[in-house]
Design a protein around this ligand. Structure first.
Ligand SMILES: [Zn+2]
Length: 85
C-alpha cells in the first residue's frame, strides 16, 4: 500500500483527462491495481473540486486542462490558490 499525496496529481473525470486532485487530499492506493481508498468526506471533497474545475473548463474553453495551464507557466502560488479554493 502506498499513500497518494502532493501537488499536481491528476485523474480523469467524466471522460475528460487531467483534473487536479486537491493537494490536501491524502489517501492509500494499491500499488498493484491502482485501487484508491478514500473516506466518504474525502470523496465529497474530491467531487466538489472536480465539479468546480468542470464548470471552469466550460466557462473558459481555451483552457483545456489544469495541466496545460501549469505547463504554460502558471506560478505555483496560483496553482495552490486554485486547489485550495
Ligand atoms: Zn489492488
Amino acid at each position: 500500500m502506498v499513500i497518494s499525496k502532493g501537488l499536481l496529481r491528476t485523474r480523469s473525470y467524466r471522460g475528460e483527462p487531467n483534473y487536479l486532485i486537491p493537494a490536501s487530499l491524502e489517501f492509500p492506493v494499491c500499488p498493484n491495481c491502482g485501487a484508491e481508498w478514500m473516506t466518504s468526506s474525502q470523496i465529497e471533497i474530491l467531487s466538489e473540486a472536480f465539479e468546480k474545475q468542470r464548470k471552469e473548463r466550460r466557462q473558459n474553453p481555451r483552457v483545456h486542462t489544469y495541466k496545460e495551464v501549469i505547463l504554460t507557466g502558471l506560478r505555483m502560488a496560483e496553482v495552490e490558490d486554485i486547489m485550495e479554493s
